[in-house]
Design a binder for this molecule. Structure first.
Ligand code: AMP
Ligand code: ZN
Length: 468
Protein backbone atom coordinates (compact mmCIF):
# COMPACT_ATOMS: atom_id res chain seq x y z
CA UNK A 1 0.00 0.00 0.00
CA UNK A 2 1.25 3.46 -0.90
CA UNK A 3 0.68 5.97 1.86
CA UNK A 4 1.89 9.55 2.03
CA UNK A 5 4.47 10.05 4.74
CA UNK A 6 4.93 13.56 6.15
CA UNK A 7 8.49 12.69 7.16
CA UNK A 8 9.70 11.77 3.67
CA UNK A 9 7.17 14.07 1.93
CA UNK A 10 6.19 11.42 -0.57
CA UNK A 11 4.01 8.39 -0.94
CA UNK A 12 5.91 5.50 0.64
CA UNK A 13 5.22 1.81 0.53
CA UNK A 14 3.76 1.22 3.98
CA UNK A 15 5.90 -1.26 5.95
CA UNK A 16 5.85 -2.54 9.49
CA UNK A 17 8.72 -3.62 11.73
CA UNK A 18 7.05 -6.94 12.43
CA UNK A 19 5.38 -8.62 9.42
CA UNK A 20 1.60 -8.48 9.63
CA UNK A 21 1.45 -6.34 12.75
CA UNK A 22 0.88 -2.56 12.94
CA UNK A 23 1.52 -0.47 16.02
CA UNK A 24 -0.48 2.68 15.37
CA UNK A 25 -0.73 5.77 17.54
CA UNK A 26 -3.40 8.44 17.32
CA UNK A 27 -3.34 11.74 19.15
CA UNK A 28 -6.61 11.81 21.04
CA UNK A 29 -8.90 14.71 21.87
CA UNK A 30 -8.39 17.47 24.38
CA UNK A 31 -11.52 16.89 26.42
CA UNK A 32 -12.52 20.41 27.44
CA UNK A 33 -15.43 20.68 25.04
CA UNK A 34 -17.31 18.71 22.40
CA UNK A 35 -15.32 17.66 19.36
CA UNK A 36 -16.16 19.80 16.34
CA UNK A 37 -16.76 18.14 13.01
CA UNK A 38 -13.27 19.23 11.91
CA UNK A 39 -11.69 17.16 14.69
CA UNK A 40 -13.98 14.34 13.66
CA UNK A 41 -12.87 14.54 10.03
CA UNK A 42 -9.41 13.60 11.29
CA UNK A 43 -10.76 10.72 13.38
CA UNK A 44 -12.93 9.46 10.52
CA UNK A 45 -9.99 9.37 8.10
CA UNK A 46 -7.75 7.71 10.68
CA UNK A 47 -10.50 5.19 11.26
CA UNK A 48 -10.65 4.38 7.55
CA UNK A 49 -6.89 3.84 7.59
CA UNK A 50 -7.15 1.62 10.67
CA UNK A 51 -9.99 -0.40 9.12
CA UNK A 52 -8.22 -0.71 5.78
CA UNK A 53 -5.07 -2.05 7.42
CA UNK A 54 -7.19 -4.69 9.16
CA UNK A 55 -9.00 -5.41 5.87
CA UNK A 56 -5.58 -5.93 4.27
CA UNK A 57 -4.78 -8.60 6.85
CA UNK A 58 -2.80 -6.67 9.46
CA UNK A 59 -3.19 -7.20 13.13
CA UNK A 60 -3.50 -3.60 14.37
CA UNK A 61 -2.74 -2.33 17.83
CA UNK A 62 -4.19 1.16 18.03
CA UNK A 63 -3.36 3.46 20.91
CA UNK A 64 -4.99 6.79 21.72
CA UNK A 65 -4.32 9.24 24.52
CA UNK A 66 -6.93 11.49 26.08
CA UNK A 67 -5.52 14.94 26.83
CA UNK A 68 -6.98 15.85 30.20
CA UNK A 69 -4.10 17.98 31.43
CA UNK A 70 -1.46 20.34 30.11
CA UNK A 71 -2.81 21.49 26.73
CA UNK A 72 -2.64 25.27 26.55
CA UNK A 73 -4.68 27.20 24.02
CA UNK A 74 -1.66 28.29 22.00
CA UNK A 75 -0.36 24.73 21.33
CA UNK A 76 2.94 26.05 22.59
CA UNK A 77 3.62 26.82 26.22
CA UNK A 78 1.50 29.94 26.47
CA UNK A 79 -2.17 30.82 26.45
CA UNK A 80 -4.83 29.48 28.77
CA UNK A 81 -5.06 25.97 30.09
CA UNK A 82 -7.80 24.41 27.98
CA UNK A 83 -9.08 22.07 30.69
CA UNK A 84 -9.19 24.80 33.32
CA UNK A 85 -11.04 27.02 30.90
CA UNK A 86 -13.66 24.32 30.34
CA UNK A 87 -14.05 23.71 34.06
CA UNK A 88 -14.51 27.41 34.80
CA UNK A 89 -17.02 27.79 31.98
CA UNK A 90 -19.18 25.00 33.35
CA UNK A 91 -18.52 25.41 37.09
CA UNK A 92 -17.27 21.86 37.35
CA UNK A 93 -14.01 20.25 38.36
CA UNK A 94 -11.43 19.48 35.70
CA UNK A 95 -11.95 15.74 36.19
CA UNK A 96 -15.72 16.09 35.79
CA UNK A 97 -15.20 18.02 32.57
CA UNK A 98 -12.73 15.42 31.33
CA UNK A 99 -15.08 12.51 32.00
CA UNK A 100 -18.08 14.24 30.46
CA UNK A 101 -16.34 15.21 27.23
CA UNK A 102 -14.49 11.93 26.91
CA UNK A 103 -17.86 10.15 26.99
CA UNK A 104 -19.28 12.70 24.55
CA UNK A 105 -16.34 12.10 22.20
CA UNK A 106 -16.82 8.34 22.14
CA UNK A 107 -20.55 8.74 21.70
CA UNK A 108 -19.86 10.89 18.60
CA UNK A 109 -17.37 8.28 17.42
CA UNK A 110 -19.93 5.53 17.77
CA UNK A 111 -22.46 7.49 15.73
CA UNK A 112 -19.83 8.01 13.04
CA UNK A 113 -18.77 4.33 13.10
CA UNK A 114 -15.30 5.21 14.33
CA UNK A 115 -13.82 2.12 16.01
CA UNK A 116 -12.65 2.52 19.57
CA UNK A 117 -8.87 1.97 19.75
CA UNK A 118 -7.59 -1.04 21.67
CA UNK A 119 -5.92 1.29 24.16
CA UNK A 120 -7.43 4.59 25.32
CA UNK A 121 -5.27 6.23 27.96
CA UNK A 122 -5.96 9.53 29.76
CA UNK A 123 -2.78 11.51 30.39
CA UNK A 124 -3.55 11.95 34.10
CA UNK A 125 -3.21 8.18 34.53
CA UNK A 126 0.47 8.17 33.49
CA UNK A 127 2.13 10.90 35.57
CA UNK A 128 4.75 8.47 36.93
CA UNK A 129 5.75 7.53 33.39
CA UNK A 130 6.15 11.19 32.45
CA UNK A 131 8.32 11.87 35.50
CA UNK A 132 10.51 8.86 34.71
CA UNK A 133 11.10 9.92 31.10
CA UNK A 134 11.64 13.60 31.98
CA UNK A 135 14.19 12.58 34.65
CA UNK A 136 16.03 10.49 32.07
CA UNK A 137 16.02 13.39 29.60
CA UNK A 138 17.60 15.64 32.23
CA UNK A 139 20.20 12.97 33.01
CA UNK A 140 21.06 12.59 29.33
CA UNK A 141 21.49 16.36 29.01
CA UNK A 142 18.47 16.94 26.78
CA UNK A 143 16.45 18.83 29.35
CA UNK A 144 17.14 21.59 31.86
CA UNK A 145 15.51 23.27 34.80
CA UNK A 146 14.87 27.00 34.59
CA UNK A 147 12.59 29.21 36.64
CA UNK A 148 11.01 26.17 38.27
CA UNK A 149 10.01 24.49 34.98
CA UNK A 150 11.70 21.69 33.05
CA UNK A 151 12.41 22.46 29.38
CA UNK A 152 13.51 20.32 26.48
CA UNK A 153 16.68 21.73 24.90
CA UNK A 154 16.08 21.61 21.16
CA UNK A 155 19.62 22.80 20.39
CA UNK A 156 20.91 19.38 21.51
CA UNK A 157 19.39 17.71 18.47
CA UNK A 158 21.04 17.39 15.10
CA UNK A 159 17.72 17.96 13.42
CA UNK A 160 14.74 19.36 15.24
CA UNK A 161 12.45 20.56 12.41
CA UNK A 162 11.54 17.24 10.83
CA UNK A 163 8.36 18.24 8.98
CA UNK A 164 8.14 20.69 6.17
CA UNK A 165 4.70 22.03 6.94
CA UNK A 166 5.65 24.53 9.51
CA UNK A 167 6.58 28.14 9.40
CA UNK A 168 9.50 29.41 11.37
CA UNK A 169 7.74 32.74 11.86
CA UNK A 170 5.11 30.98 13.96
CA UNK A 171 7.73 30.88 16.65
CA UNK A 172 8.62 34.53 16.52
CA UNK A 173 7.51 36.07 19.74
CA UNK A 174 5.06 38.86 19.13
CA UNK A 175 4.49 37.97 15.47
CA UNK A 176 1.69 35.57 16.23
CA UNK A 177 -0.98 36.52 18.65
CA UNK A 178 -0.79 34.63 21.92
CA UNK A 179 2.92 33.83 21.76
CA UNK A 180 4.63 35.36 24.73
CA UNK A 181 8.32 35.46 25.55
CA UNK A 182 9.43 32.91 28.11
CA UNK A 183 12.68 34.22 29.51
CA UNK A 184 13.56 30.80 30.89
CA UNK A 185 13.97 29.19 27.48
CA UNK A 186 17.52 28.82 26.18
CA UNK A 187 16.29 28.52 22.59
CA UNK A 188 13.02 29.85 21.27
CA UNK A 189 11.93 26.38 20.10
CA UNK A 190 12.47 24.80 23.53
CA UNK A 191 9.31 23.50 25.12
CA UNK A 192 8.08 22.69 28.60
CA UNK A 193 8.17 19.10 29.85
CA UNK A 194 7.03 19.90 33.39
CA UNK A 195 5.55 23.06 34.87
CA UNK A 196 5.87 24.00 38.50
CA UNK A 197 5.62 27.71 37.83
CA UNK A 198 2.89 28.84 35.56
CA UNK A 199 0.51 31.72 35.45
CA UNK A 200 -2.31 29.47 36.62
CA UNK A 201 -2.32 29.88 40.36
CA UNK A 202 -5.56 27.96 40.53
CA UNK A 203 -4.33 24.94 38.54
CA UNK A 204 -6.51 22.16 39.98
CA UNK A 205 -4.45 19.13 39.15
CA UNK A 206 -0.90 19.02 40.46
CA UNK A 207 1.42 16.17 41.29
CA UNK A 208 4.57 15.80 43.35
CA UNK A 209 7.71 15.54 41.24
CA UNK A 210 11.49 15.80 41.74
CA UNK A 211 11.12 19.43 40.54
CA UNK A 212 8.28 20.37 42.86
CA UNK A 213 4.50 20.27 42.79
CA UNK A 214 3.35 20.72 39.24
CA UNK A 215 1.93 19.25 36.07
CA UNK A 216 3.19 17.98 32.69
CA UNK A 217 3.45 19.88 29.42
CA UNK A 218 1.24 18.66 26.59
CA UNK A 219 3.73 16.87 24.31
CA UNK A 220 5.29 14.43 26.77
CA UNK A 221 2.07 12.44 27.15
CA UNK A 222 2.02 11.03 23.63
CA UNK A 223 5.64 9.85 23.74
CA UNK A 224 5.14 8.16 27.10
CA UNK A 225 1.74 6.63 26.38
CA UNK A 226 3.02 5.27 23.08
CA UNK A 227 6.09 3.69 24.71
CA UNK A 228 4.04 2.29 27.58
CA UNK A 229 1.84 0.23 25.25
CA UNK A 230 3.84 -0.16 22.03
CA UNK A 231 7.40 -0.36 23.35
CA UNK A 232 10.36 1.43 21.80
CA UNK A 233 9.04 1.84 18.26
CA UNK A 234 5.82 2.59 16.44
CA UNK A 235 4.93 1.80 12.82
CA UNK A 236 2.49 4.61 12.22
CA UNK A 237 1.57 7.84 13.96
CA UNK A 238 -1.50 9.90 13.06
CA UNK A 239 -3.08 13.27 13.73
CA UNK A 240 -4.49 16.39 12.15
CA UNK A 241 -2.06 18.54 10.16
CA UNK A 242 -1.95 21.22 12.87
CA UNK A 243 -0.33 18.61 15.12
CA UNK A 244 2.73 18.27 12.86
CA UNK A 245 4.21 21.34 14.45
CA UNK A 246 4.89 21.80 17.27
CA UNK A 247 3.23 18.73 18.81
CA UNK A 248 4.57 15.88 16.65
CA UNK A 249 7.91 17.60 16.14
CA UNK A 250 8.27 17.72 19.92
CA UNK A 251 7.06 14.15 20.36
CA UNK A 252 9.81 12.98 17.99
CA UNK A 253 12.45 15.18 19.66
CA UNK A 254 11.84 13.89 23.16
CA UNK A 255 11.15 10.24 22.19
CA UNK A 256 14.30 9.88 20.10
CA UNK A 257 16.43 11.74 22.66
CA UNK A 258 15.14 9.38 25.33
CA UNK A 259 15.39 6.18 23.28
CA UNK A 260 18.60 6.96 21.42
CA UNK A 261 17.21 5.58 18.16
CA UNK A 262 14.56 6.39 15.53
CA UNK A 263 11.04 6.04 16.91
CA UNK A 264 8.35 6.10 14.23
CA UNK A 265 9.06 5.94 10.48
CA UNK A 266 5.61 6.83 9.10
CA UNK A 267 3.53 9.95 9.87
CA UNK A 268 -0.03 10.31 8.60
CA UNK A 269 -1.62 13.79 8.72
CA UNK A 270 -5.16 14.72 7.81
CA UNK A 271 -5.77 18.17 6.35
CA UNK A 272 -8.27 20.42 8.01
CA UNK A 273 -11.96 20.87 7.54
CA UNK A 274 -12.68 24.59 7.53
CA UNK A 275 -15.93 26.44 7.44
CA UNK A 276 -16.42 29.24 4.96
CA UNK A 277 -15.21 31.83 7.44
CA UNK A 278 -11.85 30.07 7.69
CA UNK A 279 -10.68 28.01 10.64
CA UNK A 280 -13.06 25.85 12.61
CA UNK A 281 -12.75 26.55 16.28
CA UNK A 282 -14.30 25.53 19.56
CA UNK A 283 -13.96 28.95 21.07
CA UNK A 284 -16.27 30.74 18.60
CA UNK A 285 -19.49 30.22 20.55
CA UNK A 286 -21.81 27.81 18.73
CA UNK A 287 -19.73 25.42 16.71
CA UNK A 288 -20.39 22.52 14.42
CA UNK A 289 -20.88 19.25 16.27
CA UNK A 290 -22.41 15.91 15.40
CA UNK A 291 -25.41 16.79 17.59
CA UNK A 292 -25.94 20.01 15.66
CA UNK A 293 -25.93 18.07 12.38
CA UNK A 294 -28.46 15.66 13.83
CA UNK A 295 -30.65 18.52 15.04
CA UNK A 296 -30.64 19.86 11.51
CA UNK A 297 -31.81 16.50 10.24
CA UNK A 298 -28.56 14.99 8.90
CA UNK A 299 -27.59 11.50 9.89
CA UNK A 300 -23.98 11.10 11.09
CA UNK A 301 -23.48 8.66 8.20
CA UNK A 302 -24.07 11.52 5.78
CA UNK A 303 -21.21 13.40 7.41
CA UNK A 304 -18.95 10.36 7.18
CA UNK A 305 -19.89 10.02 3.50
CA UNK A 306 -19.17 13.74 2.98
CA UNK A 307 -15.67 13.24 4.44
CA UNK A 308 -14.96 10.11 2.43
CA UNK A 309 -15.91 11.86 -0.81
CA UNK A 310 -12.71 13.86 -0.62
CA UNK A 311 -9.10 12.91 -0.15
CA UNK A 312 -7.63 13.25 3.35
CA UNK A 313 -4.71 15.33 2.05
CA UNK A 314 -6.97 18.02 0.64
CA UNK A 315 -8.37 20.90 2.59
CA UNK A 316 -12.12 20.43 2.86
CA UNK A 317 -14.59 23.29 3.12
CA UNK A 318 -17.81 22.72 4.95
CA UNK A 319 -21.07 24.36 4.00
CA UNK A 320 -24.67 23.21 4.17
CA UNK A 321 -25.06 23.01 0.43
CA UNK A 322 -22.15 20.57 0.18
CA UNK A 323 -23.61 18.54 2.99
CA UNK A 324 -27.00 18.52 1.24
CA UNK A 325 -25.32 17.20 -1.87
CA UNK A 326 -23.68 14.45 0.17
CA UNK A 327 -27.03 13.62 1.78
CA UNK A 328 -28.64 13.25 -1.64
CA UNK A 329 -25.85 11.10 -3.01
CA UNK A 330 -25.87 8.90 0.10
CA UNK A 331 -29.62 8.45 -0.05
CA UNK A 332 -29.49 7.54 -3.74
CA UNK A 333 -26.77 5.02 -3.11
CA UNK A 334 -28.82 3.46 -0.32
CA UNK A 335 -31.90 3.28 -2.54
CA UNK A 336 -29.98 1.57 -5.31
CA UNK A 337 -28.61 -0.95 -2.83
CA UNK A 338 -32.11 -1.47 -1.39
CA UNK A 339 -33.23 -2.49 -4.88
CA UNK A 340 -30.70 -5.33 -4.83
CA UNK A 341 -31.96 -6.87 -1.59
CA UNK A 342 -34.00 -10.03 -1.30
CA UNK A 343 -31.80 -12.42 -3.23
CA UNK A 344 -30.85 -15.87 -1.91
CA UNK A 345 -28.35 -16.56 -4.67
CA UNK A 346 -24.69 -17.21 -3.89
CA UNK A 347 -22.26 -14.50 -5.03
CA UNK A 348 -19.99 -15.17 -7.99
CA UNK A 349 -16.61 -15.49 -6.26
CA UNK A 350 -14.52 -14.58 -9.28
CA UNK A 351 -16.51 -11.46 -10.15
CA UNK A 352 -16.55 -10.44 -6.52
CA UNK A 353 -12.76 -10.58 -6.32
CA UNK A 354 -12.39 -8.63 -9.55
CA UNK A 355 -14.66 -5.86 -8.28
CA UNK A 356 -12.93 -5.80 -4.92
CA UNK A 357 -9.65 -5.47 -6.78
CA UNK A 358 -10.71 -2.04 -8.01
CA UNK A 359 -11.60 -1.05 -4.45
CA UNK A 360 -8.22 -2.22 -3.17
CA UNK A 361 -6.42 -0.37 -5.95
CA UNK A 362 -8.14 2.87 -4.92
CA UNK A 363 -7.34 2.40 -1.25
CA UNK A 364 -3.80 1.21 -1.90
CA UNK A 365 -3.18 4.50 -3.66
CA UNK A 366 -2.77 6.70 -0.60
CA UNK A 367 -6.19 5.86 0.81
CA UNK A 368 -8.17 7.31 -2.06
CA UNK A 369 -11.62 7.11 -0.52
CA UNK A 370 -13.16 9.35 -3.18
CA UNK A 371 -12.10 6.82 -5.81
CA UNK A 372 -13.34 3.98 -3.59
CA UNK A 373 -16.79 5.57 -3.60
CA UNK A 374 -16.65 5.82 -7.38
CA UNK A 375 -15.91 2.09 -7.36
CA UNK A 376 -19.17 1.57 -5.44
CA UNK A 377 -21.08 3.18 -8.32
CA UNK A 378 -19.17 1.02 -10.76
CA UNK A 379 -20.13 -2.05 -8.74
CA UNK A 380 -23.80 -1.07 -8.97
CA UNK A 381 -23.48 -0.71 -12.76
CA UNK A 382 -21.32 -3.82 -13.20
CA UNK A 383 -22.31 -6.86 -15.19
CA UNK A 384 -22.92 -9.00 -12.12
CA UNK A 385 -25.92 -10.35 -10.24
CA UNK A 386 -27.47 -8.71 -7.17
CA UNK A 387 -25.93 -11.23 -4.76
CA UNK A 388 -22.42 -10.53 -6.05
CA UNK A 389 -22.92 -6.78 -5.93
CA UNK A 390 -24.26 -6.97 -2.40
CA UNK A 391 -21.36 -9.15 -1.31
CA UNK A 392 -18.86 -6.64 -2.69
CA UNK A 393 -20.61 -3.71 -1.05
CA UNK A 394 -20.73 -5.54 2.28
CA UNK A 395 -16.97 -6.16 2.07
CA UNK A 396 -16.10 -2.57 1.18
CA UNK A 397 -18.31 -1.35 3.98
CA UNK A 398 -16.06 -3.08 6.49
CA UNK A 399 -13.64 -0.29 5.60
CA UNK A 400 -15.85 2.62 4.56
CA UNK A 401 -18.28 1.85 7.42
CA UNK A 402 -21.08 3.85 5.86
CA UNK A 403 -23.75 1.47 7.14
CA UNK A 404 -24.92 1.02 3.54
CA UNK A 405 -26.48 -2.42 3.81
CA UNK A 406 -28.23 -1.61 7.12
CA UNK A 407 -29.57 1.65 5.69
CA UNK A 408 -30.74 -0.16 2.56
CA UNK A 409 -32.51 -2.79 4.66
CA UNK A 410 -34.20 -0.08 6.70
CA UNK A 411 -35.25 1.74 3.53
CA UNK A 412 -36.64 -1.44 2.00
CA UNK A 413 -38.63 -2.26 5.13
CA UNK A 414 -40.00 1.20 5.91
CA UNK A 415 -43.54 1.56 4.55
CA UNK A 416 -44.00 4.71 2.52
CA UNK A 417 -45.82 7.22 4.69
CA UNK A 418 -47.97 10.02 3.42
CA UNK A 419 -46.41 13.46 3.84
CA UNK A 420 -48.56 15.64 6.14
CA UNK A 421 -49.97 18.88 4.71
CA UNK A 422 -48.18 20.83 7.44
CA UNK A 423 -44.81 19.54 6.22
CA UNK A 424 -45.68 20.25 2.59
CA UNK A 425 -46.58 23.84 3.50
CA UNK A 426 -43.24 24.34 5.23
CA UNK A 427 -41.43 22.84 2.24
CA UNK A 428 -43.14 25.39 -0.01
CA UNK A 429 -42.13 28.25 2.30
CA UNK A 430 -38.56 26.97 2.27
CA UNK A 431 -38.51 26.91 -1.52
CA UNK A 432 -39.57 30.55 -1.54
CA UNK A 433 -36.93 31.45 1.03
CA UNK A 434 -34.25 29.76 -1.04
CA UNK A 435 -35.40 31.52 -4.15
CA UNK A 436 -35.11 34.81 -2.27
CA UNK A 437 -31.64 33.69 -1.08
CA UNK A 438 -32.80 33.99 2.54
CA UNK A 439 -30.73 31.01 3.66
CA UNK A 440 -31.13 31.72 7.37
CA UNK A 441 -34.89 31.40 6.96
CA UNK A 442 -34.47 28.31 4.77
CA UNK A 443 -32.31 26.76 7.49
CA UNK A 444 -34.84 27.56 10.18
CA UNK A 445 -37.58 25.98 8.07
CA UNK A 446 -35.48 22.89 7.52
CA UNK A 447 -35.20 22.58 11.28
CA UNK A 448 -38.95 22.97 11.72
CA UNK A 449 -39.48 20.24 9.15
CA UNK A 450 -36.88 18.05 10.88
CA UNK A 451 -38.63 18.60 14.21
CA UNK A 452 -41.75 17.14 12.60
CA UNK A 453 -39.73 14.06 11.66
CA UNK A 454 -39.11 14.73 7.96
CA UNK A 455 -35.96 15.30 6.01
CA UNK A 456 -35.71 17.35 2.84
CA UNK A 457 -33.09 17.34 0.13
CA UNK A 458 -32.67 19.42 -2.96
CA UNK A 459 -32.09 17.30 -6.01
CA UNK A 460 -31.88 18.22 -9.66
CA UNK A 461 -35.35 16.78 -10.02
CA UNK A 462 -36.68 19.02 -7.24
CA UNK A 463 -37.17 18.68 -3.52
CA UNK A 464 -37.17 15.19 -2.04
CA UNK A 465 -39.00 14.66 1.22
CA UNK A 466 -38.35 11.57 3.28
CA UNK A 467 -39.26 10.34 6.73
CA UNK A 468 -36.28 10.49 9.12
P1 AMP B 1 -7.74 18.53 19.88
O1 AMP B 1 -8.96 18.00 20.56
O2 AMP B 1 -7.72 20.01 19.72
O3 AMP B 1 -6.47 18.03 20.56
O4 AMP B 1 -7.73 17.96 18.39
C1 AMP B 1 -8.08 16.64 18.08
C2 AMP B 1 -7.67 16.30 16.66
O5 AMP B 1 -8.36 17.09 15.70
C3 AMP B 1 -6.18 16.50 16.37
O6 AMP B 1 -5.72 15.40 15.60
C4 AMP B 1 -6.16 17.77 15.56
O7 AMP B 1 -5.04 17.82 14.71
C5 AMP B 1 -7.45 17.64 14.76
N1 AMP B 1 -8.02 18.90 14.25
C6 AMP B 1 -8.11 20.09 14.88
N2 AMP B 1 -8.77 21.00 14.12
C7 AMP B 1 -9.12 20.37 12.97
C8 AMP B 1 -9.82 20.75 11.77
N3 AMP B 1 -10.34 21.97 11.60
N4 AMP B 1 -9.97 19.82 10.79
C9 AMP B 1 -9.47 18.56 10.94
N5 AMP B 1 -8.83 18.14 12.05
C10 AMP B 1 -8.63 19.02 13.06
ZN1 ZN C 1 0.04 13.50 20.42
Amino acid sequence: MLLYNSLTRKKDEFRTAEPGRVKMYTCGPTVYHYAHIGNLRTYIMEDVLDRYLRFSGYDVLRIMNITDVGHLTSDGDTGDDKMLKGAKREHKTVMEIAQFYTDAFFSDCEKLHIRRPEVVQPATGCIDDFIRVISALIEKGYAYLAGGNVYFDTSKLEKYYVFQDFREEDLEVGVREGVEADENKRNKADFVLWFTKSKFEDQELKWESPWGLGYPGWHIECSCISMKYAGETLDLHCGGIDNAFPHHTNEIAQSEAYLGHPWCPHWFHVLHLNDESGKMSKSKGEFLTVSLLEQKGYSPMVYRFFCLQSHYRKLLVFNWENLDNAAQAYQKLVQRIAALLGTDAAPDGEKKEALLGAFRAAMDNDLNTAQAITVLYDVLKADADAATKLAVIAETDKVLALGLIEAAQAAAEAPAEEIPAEVLALVEQRKEARKAKDFAKADALREEIAALGWEIRETRQGTEITKK
